[in-house]
Design a protein around this ligand. Structure first.
Ligand code: PLP
Length: 475
């Protein structure tokens, strides 16, 4: 403990010696060296050691190197190795090395990207990436992008723009007058819409109860014939990539119906929108260009580091107005883009740096290859797991998601628990069609064919042990 009332002098010394930074770098490299081979989920010991962080708020300063040391000794082992190739939980991406390295550099910059005048480089990169994304997703020229923390806020932004535009057409300024007594807006969504969309509907004050749910097929795709009559007061919410099956709504039919009725179409494409960037899978996203707003993550399929989402909207006026109550959006110019006009936040870190770096590193061809690789690995899972007795693949593996079924809910749960205990890979559970399943998401650039085989073997062993132990309990 440094009993020191000149904390400033301590910090200047830290800055000069760089010893804490050096230690962080050494620890980080050590972490990277082991991330691919280590147990995917923390060991019991690592979990117990988290108790070391429990203490009262310290009275005195702790040396910076000691702060870093504690994080590495007790923090690193209690991480989940998402940057390795055998983490298949939720729909969580890894991080492309160039993106992670760029984030490191940007950490030193510590920019606030609210305004051009605060960070010209961030402002410039936001303009560049906005154009690149329009090209990758084949979106209308008028499309603008907001760089937010994930698809949840991106959905919020898209739906806020829809709300502003629909009410504006009815001579109602929602920013000034709110929703009380406002003309009613309709919201139509598929039964398998992601909970993040439903949350945004709630946050925007529509009320979740007003959602008109449209029936879906056995893969979770909206059935066009089940779509109610739409009108110009309707927001139609579609999905590119269902979280369980990875299925895509049939956009051409649905969007054409919506266009004819002048309804607003918002697409939640958190991980699936990236299919548009694959030369072999872009048939899945055909028709998305007919929508009005889109939400997508960098930190899923694209494999940027975490905290990287993108809101896209082709109606710039509605988008800016929805997020800026003051009307200051009129100042938004392309030469000096103020990022805060495109996001709910004002101050933000410069997440655009790693988004730009990841795209610059991959290029169109590299990105297409990376996405195709995830799809190929998912197909490999389908083959290797599908050939094991007692395991069934439930979904059509159209993208990167694989849904696995067993003979009973009990076997599913016990096998899942055993797979998680083995720590060779990590997968989570889900429920599909009323039955428990294991959900696999291949979402890391680092996953190799060998990782799939090792993981499939772990499934096989876990199932065998589950069946053996239920047999021995019965005897
Ligand atoms: C992950 C996901 C979300 C939420 O995205 P966050 O980045 O976690 O906020 C929304 N919709 C779909 C389809 C998703 O897969």
């Amino acid at each position: 403990m440094t009993k020191n009332n000149s904390i400033q002098a301590t910090m200047f010394r830290d800055l000069e010696s760089k010893s804490a930074y050096e230690l962080a770098k050494t620890c980080g490299f050590h972490y990277l060296d082991h991330a691919l081979e280590r147990n995917v989920f923390p060991t019991d010991k690592a979990m117990e050691d988290l108790a070391k962080f429990e203490e009262k708020l310290p009275e005195w300063s702790t040396p910076a190197k000691e702060v870093i040391r504690l994080l590495h000794v007790y923090g690193s082992p209690a991480t989940v190795s998402q940057i390795g190739g055998r983490y298949f939980g939720f729909v969580d991406g890894s991080a492309v090395p160039a993106g992670m390295a760029a984030k490191l550099l940007a950490t030193f910059w510590d920019q606030n990207t609210a305004m051009h005048v605060m960070s010209p480089i961030s402002s410039k990169l936001e303009c560049i990436v906005e154009n690149w994304l329009k090209e990758l997703f084949n979106l209308p020229q008028s499309t603008v992008a907001g760089f937010v923390s994930g698809t949840s806020p991106a959905n919020f932004c898209g739906l806020a723009a829809a709300r502003w535009r629909i009410l504006k057409r009815l001579n109602w300024d929602v920013n000034e007058r709110g929703l009380r007594n406002a003309p009613a807006i309709r919201i139509v969504a598929g039964r398998h819409a992601h909970s993040a969309v439903v949350k945004a509907v709630g946050l925007l004050g529509f009320g979740k109860d007003i959602i008109e749910w449209v029936n879906t097929d056995d893969q979770g795709r909206m059935i066009p014939e089940k779509l109610p009559a739409l009108d110009d007061r309707t927001i139609l919410i579609l999905q590119a990539g269902e979280v369980n099956t990875g299925a895509f709504d049939p956009f051409p039919q649905l969007c054409e119906k919506a266009k004819a009725a002048n309804a607003w179409v918002h697409i939640d494409g958190a991980f699936g929108l990236w299919a548009a960037a694959s030369d072999t899978l872009n048939h899945l996203t055909k028709g998305i260009e007919l929508a009005d707003s889109w939400a997508v993550d960098g930190h899923k399929t694209l494999n940027t580091p975490y905290d990287c989402g993108i809101a896209l909207c082709k109606d710039k006026e509605a988008y800016l107005a929805a997020l800026q109550i003051s009307g200051s959006y009129l100042a938004a110019s392309d030469e000096a883009r103020d990022g805060m006009l495109f996001t709910p936040e004002a101050s933000r870190r410069s997440r655009i740096v790693e988004l730009w770096a990841t795209l610059k590193f991959l290029g169109k061809k590299g990105l297409s290859q990376m996405i195709d690789g995830m799809h190929d690995r998912a197909l490999q899972f389908e083959r290797e797991l599908g050939s094991i007795n007692g395991i069934r693949i439930i979904n059509e593996v159209v993208f990167n998601q694989v849904l696995v079924g067993f003979d009973s809910d009990e076997i599913t749960q016990n096998t899942l628990k055993r797979i998680q205990e083995l720590r060779e890979c990590w997968v989570g559970g889900s429920v599909w069609d009323g039955k428990r399943t294991i959900r696999i998401s291949v979402c890391s650039w680092a996953t190799t064919p060998d990782d799939i085989t090792r993981s499939a073997k772990s499934f096989e062993r876990a199932l065998r042990e589950t069946l053996e132990s239920s047999l021995s309990m019965r005897n």
